[in-house]
Design a protein around this ligand. Structure first.
Ligand SMILES: [Fe+2]
Ligand SMILES: [Fe+2]
Length: 189
C-alpha cells in the first residue's frame, strides 16, 4: 500500500492512523462496525480506531527511546483486530450481546485476509494474539505487544464507561445505543 512519508516526531497520531489506515477505513466492514455495539457503550470501529491511535502514541514514545516499530503493520492490525466480531455475537454479558473471547481473534484474521491479500505474518500475529493471555496465541513481535496492551487499556476504559452509562440510565442496548452513537456524531474521543 502507498503512504506518504511519515514523520513520527512531527506527525500527530491521528494523521498517522488516517494516512496508513486509509485502505481499512474505507472498507464497508469499517462502516458496518460503526453501528455495531461494542464494550457496552461504543462501536466496534470506534474502539478499533482508538486502539490504533493509542498504539501509534506508544510507538512514538518508543521511537523517542530509540526503539523502532513497523507502523504500517501496527496501524493495519490495530484497525482490523476486531473485524471478526462484525455481524455476529456468541453470548451475553449482563444481558448485552457479546462476542466469544477465544474465537473472534481467529475470525478477525480470516476477515482481514479476505479483504487484504498482502497481510504480513506480523499483522496476522498481531491480530491473532490481541486477546492474549485470555487466548492461547502469544504476541511474537513488538507490534503485537503494543496492540495487545492498547486493546486492554482502551477496552477497559470503554467497558467501565459503558457499564456506568448502562447502569445509570438503563439504556436499552438494542434501541438506545445506536441512537446514542449517532448523537455523538461518531466522533473519536
Ligand atoms: Fe478483540
Ligand atoms: Fe478490541
Amino acid at each position: 500500500m502507498e503512504n506518504r512519508s511519515i514523520n513520527l516526531e512531527t506527525d500527530s497520531s491521528l494523521s498517522i492512523v488516517l494516512s496508513i489506515g486509509h485502505e481499512v477505513l474505507k472498507t464497508k466492514e469499517f462502516s458496518q462496525g460503526l453501528d455495531q455495539l461494542h464494550h457496552l457503550g461504543t462501536s466496534v470501529s470506534k474502539h478499533s480506531f482508538r486502539v490504533a491511535l493509542l498504539s501509534v502514541s506508544l510507538a512514538k514514545a518508543l521511537h523517542k527511546r530509540g526503539i523502532s516499530v513497523d507502523l504500517t503493520s501496527l496501524v493495519r492490525a490495530a484497525l482490523l483486530h476486531d473485524f471478526g466480531i462484525l455481524g455476529r455475537y456468541e453470548g451475553k454479558f449482563y444481558g448485552i450481546k457479546s462476542c466469544c473471547l477465544f474465537q473472534h481473534p481467529k475470525d478477525s484474521v480470516k476477515v482481514a485476509q479476505s479483504l487484504f491479500f498482502n497481510m504480513t505474518q506480523k499483522e496476522v500475529n498481531t491480530i491473532a494474539s490481541h486477546m492474549w493471555p485470555f487466548s492461547a496465541s502469544l504476541p511474537c513481535c513488538k507490534e503485537a505487544w503494543i496492540v495487545n496492551l492498547s486493546d486492554k487499556l482502551v477496552g477497559s476504559k470503554e467497558g467501565l464507561e459503558g457499564f456506568y452509562l448502562y447502569a445509570k440510565h438503563r439504556v436499552s442496548p438494542k434501541e438506545g445505543l445506536p441512537i446514542w452513537l449517532r448523537l455523538q456524531n461518531r466522533t473519536i474521543s
